[in-house]
Every structure is written in structure tokens, then in C-alpha cells.
Design a binder for this molecule. Structure first.
Ligand SMILES: Cc1cc2nc3c(=O)[nH]c(=O)nc-3n(C[C@H](O)[C@H](O)[C@H](O)COP(=O)(O)OP(=O)(O)OC[C@H]3O[C@@H](n4cnc5c(N)ncnc54)[C@H](O)[C@@H]3O)c2cc1C
Length: 386
């Protein structure tokens, strides 16, 4: 129901909306939220004075869940899953349904408990030796069958290498849509999943609905959603049996070889010192490395710096790099292009150093130093060494 009044923009003195007649000059309470009324609101002919979301049943409905794919590697749940569970719970509360996670593994070993602590009301567990490590064909088969049976309204995946491989495959198998790399998720008045993501090179934010197919599916990059604090974790563990065998495996993983280079862990870093083109060249970028080491911080970089080859792509922050939320983000010689800000504006405290006082990075900075970085950073390094 909505409380509305006919707007001054409306060319008519009265509106007839599906048999409901509304006159200019009066407020109307309890107007049903029918398509004709929505259309008039969208056209600007009606002003909404108050909107009430229908309180259906206080009891959460069975079925119709918001489901999170509980990605695990080496029996460790990916951090993005815990971030997604917080968001899934928020969406599920708005829809008045349950939050669920689906875990594929060789052995649960307490993982389902962890998922419940972070918000899952139900954890569906498929245990099978063949599911120990991610394998596209098998994971697709098990999850597609599970989704067909339980019919969740929404399924969320981390936009990790695994999530990016699995989710499109499932979208095809389930004949539904998928929005990749969402930066915002919400529920519309029509109880649809409102998926927000940057489009056209990050110059605008697109809002996407999957109105005709279920489940509605999104991937979200690590670090985008805030991880909620764990609770005591109550819920239900439901075993799912999966009819899989080696013959379902089109590709066989023979061996897993761990990368030996030092892992850049920007998403979990508490302090990031990030450098941009203002550092001039690869030699100049060494100032960032020195400062980061003194602060026990990870090294971040703008894409300009990565493209110039001063530092590895793993360090890139932004729309086509990593999304980070450290306690402190120090942006040095970075202009603050929209694509860079998209990856770091969720940081708790942002300090920017730039000689140009009109640089867009200052729009998101909590503290700004307008000066030559080659003066500021060496002084800072000297102080920290004392
Ligand atoms: C599709 C697409 C995706 C993109 N994805 C990303 C992404 O993920 N991450 C990303 O970072 N960019 C991304 N970009 C690029 C982005 O648009 C910018 O080009 C880039 O972020 C600029 O990097 P920068 O700030 O280091 O360089 P610049 O924009 O050149 O800024 C350098 C800054 O340094 C300052 N400066 C110079 N000398 C000094 C000095 N001595 N002391 C102090 N300050 C100084 C200047 O005032 C300037 O503000 C993307 C672009 C596109 C089109």
C-alpha cells in the first residue's frame, strides 16, 4: 500500500488508475501498489508520501531461500563466502525467507558450523571424495540438481576464479540470468533482486533485474560486501546425496601445483600503501615499497602503474583490479579516477597525497596532503625509522 498525492506535473485534474480515481489537491492513503499506480509514480504524475512494505508472515517461509555457494579450498571456506552470507541474510530478511549455503566437499569437518555462524539458517552439504577439489562438471551437476529441487529465489557466488567458472555454467544449465561483479544488491518493492554494477568503463552504475527467470544469480568480488561479525550460529545441516561418478568428469585434475611467488593479499590487508603515476617511474615506486615495509603494509597500485610495468598486476586496486577495505589506505600520486575509487572507497580511513588540490582522490579522502610526494614520503620514512 502507498500514500500518494497527484503531482503538480500531472496534466490532468484527476487520474483514473485501474478504476481508482485520484483527484489533484488531496492525499490518498492505502492506495494499492498495482502496476497502473507504479507507472504513474514512474511518470512523475503521483508523489509517494509514504510506502509500506507488506508485512507478510513473521515466520520465515520454507523454500524460496537465498542461497550462497560456499566455496572451499583445502577445506577452508573462502572469505568472500562469509562476506556474502551477511548480504544474503539482509536480502532474505527483506524477502522473509531463509538464508542457505551449499557446500561441496570431501568432508564437512566443521565448515557448516562456520557457515551458520556467519548467517546461514541452513547448510546443504554434499560430501563425496570426488568433490574435494573444485571440478567444473561435477560441481555444476550437483548444484544444478540441488537448485532445481529446492528452487531458491537468489543464488550468490564469489567472483573468484572458481565462482567465475561455475556461475555462468549454472546460468546456462538452469536457463536463467547472471549478473557478474555486482557492487550492490538489494530487494525492490516487487521483491526482485536489484543488482548494481559499474558499466561503460565504470562511468555509470547499471541496475539490473532478472524479472522473468529464477533463480536470480549474481557474482560479487571479494572485499565488496562487508563481513558481519560471527554469531553463536544456529541452524540446520542437511546432507544432499549426489549421483556423481568419474564418468561425469570431462576434465580430470591430475595434480595441483601451488604458485610459489609471494601471494599479494590486498583483500585482507589492514594497511595498504598504494602508488600511482605521480611516482614518475619504477625507481620512484621504490618509495612505496619502503614505506609499505615500514608500516607492515601491502603494496597497492593504480592501473597506470601496472600497465607501465612498475609492479605486478596482483597489486592493482580498482574496477579491473582488487576491491579492498583496509583500515588505512594511503594513496600516493594517484589522481583518483572513478575506476580506481571503485576499488578502494570502502576503506575505513583514506589519506591521499597529491600535488594537485583538485585531484578527485580528495573527494573520498578523510585526510589530504597537497604537496610534492617526493618531499612528503621521504620525511615520513625518516620519522618512521626513528
Ligand atoms: C575499463 C577501465 C578499467 C580501469 N580499471 C582501473 C583499475 O582497476 N584501477 C585503476 O587504478 N585504474 C583503472 N583504470 C584507469 C583509470 O581510468 C586511470 O587512468 C588510472 O587510475 C590513473 O592512474 P594514476 O592515478 O596513477 O595516474 P594519473 O591519473 O596520471 O594521476 C597521477 C597523479 O599523480 C599526481 N602527481 C604527479 N606528480 C606528483 C608529485 N610529485 N607529488 C604528488 N602528486 C603527484 C598528479 O597530480 C595526478 O593526480 C581503468 C580504466 C578503464 C577505461
Amino acid at each position: 500500500m502507498v500514500k500518494v498525492k497527484v503531482s503538480m506535473n500531472c496534466p490532468e485534474t484527476q487520474l483514473n488508475l485501474g478504476g481508482i480515481v485520484l483527484m489533484k489537491g488531496n492525499d490518498f492513503e492505502d492506495v494499492p501498489d498495482i502496476p497502473e499506480v507504479r507507472q504513474a509514480i514512474d511518470n512523475g504524475y503521483l508523489e509517494v508520501l509514504k510506502e509500506e512494505r507488506k508485512e507478510e508472515n513473521k515466520e520465515k517461509k520454507e523454500g524460496d531461500e537465498v542461497l550462497v555457494f560456499a566455496e572451499q579450498r583445502n577445506n577452508k571456506i573462502a572469505r568472500v563466502v562469509l562476506e556474502l552470507l551477511g548480504k544474503a541474510k539482509e536480502l532474505a530478511d527483506k524477502l522473509n525467507v531463509k538464508t542457505a549455503a551449499v557446500l561441496l566437499t570431501d568432508k564437512d569437518g566443521g565448515l557448516s558450523n562456520e557457515l551458520m555462524k556467519y548467517g546461514a539458517d541452513k547448510v546443504y552439504v554434499a560430501e563425496n571424495d570426488l568433490l574435494k577439489n573444485y571440478q567444473t562438471d561435477l560441481y555444476t551437476k550437483v548444484i544444478a540438481e540441488h537448485v532445481k529441487e529446492t528452487k531458491p529465489q537468489i543464488v550468490l557466488y564469489g567472483a573468484t576464479h572458481i565462482g567465475r567458472d561455475l556461475a555462468p555454467r549454472l546460468a546456462q544449465r538452469l536457463n536463467t540470468g547472471l549478473t557478474a561483479d555486482c557492487t550492490g544488491l538489494d530487494i525492490t518493492e516487487e521483491n526482485l533482486l536489484l543488482q548494481t554494477r559499474p558499466a561503460f568503463g565504470g562511468n555509470l552504475m547499471a541496475q539490473i533485474l532478472c524479472a522473468k527467470k529464477k533463480p536470480q544469480m549474481s557474482t560479487v568480488r571479494p572485499g565488496v560486501m562487508k563481513m558481519e561479525a560471527p554469531s553463536e550460529g544456529k541452524g540446520e545441516v542437511i546432507k544432499i546425496t549426489s549421483d556423481i561418478s568419474e564418468k561425469d568428469q570431462l576434465v580430470k585434475v591430475l595434480e595441483i601445483i601451488k604458485e610459489t611467488k609471494k601471494k599479494v593479499n590486498l583483500e585482507e590487508a589492514e594497511i595498504i600503501v598504494s602508488g600511482g603515476r605521480g611516482l614518475g617511474n619504477k625507481e620512484g615506486f621504490k618509495l612505496i615499497e619502503e614505506l609499505a615495509s615500514l608500516l607492515n603494509a601491502e603494496i597497492g597500485a593504480s592501473r597506470a602503474v601496472v600497465d607501465a610495468g612498475w609492479v605486478d598486476k596482483d597489486h592493482q586496486v580498482g574496477q579491473t583490479g582488487k576491491t579492498v577495505r583496509p583500515k588505512l589506505y594511503l594513496a600516493v600520486g594517484i589522481s583518483g579516477a572513478i575506476q580506481h575509487k571503485a576499488g578502494m572507497q570502502g576503506s575505513e580511513l583514506i589519506i591521499a597525497i597529491n600535488k594537485d588540490s583538485s585531484a578527485p582522490i580528495f573527494e573520498v579522502a578523510d585526510y589530504g596532503i597537497v604537496d610534492d610526494l617526493f618531499k612528503v614520503i621521504p620525511e615520513l620514512i625518516e620519522e618512521l625509522k626513528k
